[in-house]
Structures are given as structure tokens and as C-alpha cells.
Ligand binder design. Structure first.
Ligand code: ASP
Length: 333
């Protein structure tokens, strides 16, 4: 029997048309039906529009509603494909990975760098890859792009123009398509650890900051004044923070003592933090900051938003944050 796949459209370049002010996502899923049928092979596809947005206009409430929609119809399909703009796709794929933890079917997010109406676009190839991954029976949240499939919580947009726009950061690809067909490496698919329950609450009182020489401490202090409960800050190298001329570690200490959940990551895309090596990292750990290890910035941020949707107890937050939940993090010993 052919596999039943639902394709949900949220917009992005894949569905775009040129208008007076530039490209906008102007095609509905029904306008793209013919092209989607052409790449669906022997699967049985159904289609629906969720929204039609440039992904710059996607917000956390959209993640939550999308997770809800996927949860509602998960038992009616063998797999679900989500068409999404590429710009914030990795944030959506990361958050859906947390909100849909332990889902029993494949949920595959894709997009493209050119509109599906463009004869030389990557759009149909990406949809083909996404649909076939969605028909694979391999559960989880994935991103399909440029003939590769990545874990949703490890994907990141690394190129703004090329077709090879996404990479799986610090984690192997789940599948690749070559002249040998689609090869799925099941050994790197994280195991389901329990039964599925939709967990689509979040806190939007989380801030993401990149450390730079010359940043003022008052800026970090103002985050607490504005009611933020979580801070993801990208430190230097393997996770260093300044403490001499400008005592940022002291400032973070005050924030943590006041109940703020602080996670320190790295500005380096690859290999992650190792904060117990230098004094600049060790002191930061000693004040109670959490470590992002090798997570992408998108996963580190959405993990914090998601955990703060569950609890605002600092020690519980630390417990949740320190474990690898869905394949998003490798804790180096
Ligand atoms: N601006 C577009 C978006 O993210 C870019 C794309 O889809 O490639 O919606």
C-alpha cells in the first residue's frame, strides 16, 4: 500500500512570486500541487496551507501552532512534510524537535533557494527528498535540503545563496541521495526514548546575545530589568567570558543569583564548548552558567525557550538542559 504523506505549506522562497516590493510567498499549496505530484513517486500525498509567510515573519507562537497541527494529524499519515522559508528554518526544525519529542513518524522540513516556478530551481529536488524521507518510517524531526537529510536539531543555514544552504553541525547526515539512491544511516538516528506527548509550551522571555570586545555590561544587566528569564550568550572559542577590565562573569553571577537561566555557547560553528579548560570558562561554570557543548545556536536557544515553558526552577532547568534529549548535544567528557 502506498504511504500517506501530508504536505503542510508555511511559505518561504519555495512558494514565492515576484511583487512590487520583492519576492513574497504568493503561491498556495494548491498552486504547487502539480509540481508536488511530479516528485511524490508512489506515495499518496495530501496537502494543506498552514500560513504563507516569509520565514522572517515566523514567531514562536507559529512553532507552537504548527506542532499542535502535526500532533493532531500524526495518526492519519505515515509521514509529514513541512515547506518553510530557509531563513529561520533551523529555528523551527530545532523547536519542533523538542515540541514533538518521541513522535512516531517522520516529520521532514524543507524549503528552497529558488521558487518552484523557476525551471532551474532546487525546489522540486528538495521536495522529492523530503517526501521520500517522510515515507521512510524513520521517526523524528528532520531537514531535507540539497540531497541530504539532517536531524532537525542539528541543521543550520550556513550559506545564504547556494543550493547547499544547510549543514548538519557536529553530527553526521541522516541520509544522502546519490547515484546509489537514498542511503539512510539508521545508526545515527536517535532512538525514541518514550511515548509521544505534545509539549508545545515555551517561554519567549529568552534572549540571545553574541559577546564582543567592547560590549557594555549594562546591556546584559538590562536583560533582567526587561523581565527576561533566560539568556543564551555566545562566548569566545571553547566558551570563554571576560572578567578582568570588564567583569562580565560578575554580571552573569548577579543575573544567575537573581534567578536567570544562563547558557554559554561558542561563536565557532564547529566543535562546541569545553569550558573547564581556561580560567575564562571555568569561572563562568563556577557561577552556575550552563554549557551549550556542541549544540547549534538554534538548538541552544530553542532548548532554553522550551525548558522555560516547562519550569522556571533553576535547578530543574539545569537538569533538563544538561542532558542530550533528542540528539541535539554531545557532552564531551
Ligand atoms: N526569505 C526567505 C524565507 O526565509 C528565504 C527562503 O525561503 O529561502 O522565507
Amino acid at each position: 500500500m502506498s504511504k500517506r504523506i501530508l504536505i503542510i505549506n508555511t511559505g518561504g522562497t519555495l512558494s514565492s512570486v515576484m511583487k512590487k516590493n520583492g519576492l513574497i510567498p504568493g503561491l498556495s499549496i494548491y498552486d504547487m500541487q502539480k509540481e508536488l505530484k511530479m516528485v511524490s513517486g508512489d506515495t499518496d500525498i495530501e496537502i494543506e496551507d498552514f500560513c504563507s509567510l516569509d520565514s522572517a515573519n515566523i514567531f514562536p507562537d507559529d512553532w507552537s501552532a504548527l506542532a499542535q497541527r502535526i500532533s493532531e494529524c500524526r495518526n492519519d499519515y505515515d509521514g509529514i512534510v513541512v515547506i518553510h522559508g530557509t531563513d529561520t528554518l533551523a529555528y523551527t526544525s530545532s523547536m519542533l524537535s523538542f515540541m514533538l519529542r518521541n513522535i512516531a513518524i517522520p516529520v521532514v522540513i524543507t524549503g528552497s533557494q529558488l521558487s518552484i516556478t523557476n525551471p532551474v530551481a532546487d525546489a522540486m529536488e528538495n521536495c522529492r527528498c523530503a517526501i521520500h524521507m517522510a515515507a521512510s518510517n524513520i521517526p523524528g524531526v528532520f531537514v531535507a535540503f540539497n540531497r541530504k537529510v539532517m536531524l532537525g536539531c542539528r541543521a543550520s543555514k550556513v550559506r545564504s545563496l547556494s543550493f547547499d544552504a544547510f549543514e548538519s553541525i557536529n553530527y553526521p547526515n541522516i541520509a544522502t541521495i546519490s547515484s546509489l539512491g537514498m542511503k539512510i544511516d539508521t545508526s545515527v538516528v536517535p532512538e525514541r526514548t518514550g511515548i509521544f506527548t505534545l509539549s508545545n509550551k515555551y517561554s519567549d522571555k529568552v534572549c540571545m546575545v553574541k559577546m564582543f570586545p567592547g560590549m557594555h555590561r549594562s546591556f546584559i544587566e538590562s536583560i533582567a530589568d526587561q523581565g527576561y528569564k533566560g539568556l543564551y550568550i555566545e562566548g569566545y572559542g571553547i566558551g570563554g567570558m571576560p572578567f578582568l577590565k570588564h567583569d562580565f562573569i560578575g554580571t552573569l553571577d548577579k543575573l544567575i543569583s537573581g534567578g536567570m537561566a544562563v547558557v554559554v555557547g561558542t561563536q565557532c560553528r564547529y566543535e562546541g564548548t569545553k569550558m573547564d579548560v581556561y580560567e575564562t570558562g571555568k569561572r563562568t561554570l563556577d557561577i552556575g552558567a550552563m554549557e551549550a557543548h556542541d549544540m547549534t545556536a538554534e538548538a541552544a536557544l530553542t532548548k532554553l525557550m522550551w525548558i522555560l515553558g516547562i519550569t522556571d526552577n533553576l535547578s530543574e532547568i539545569r537538569d533538563y538542559y544538561s542532558i542530550n534529549m533528542i540528539g541535539e548535544m554531545t557532552v564531551r567528557k
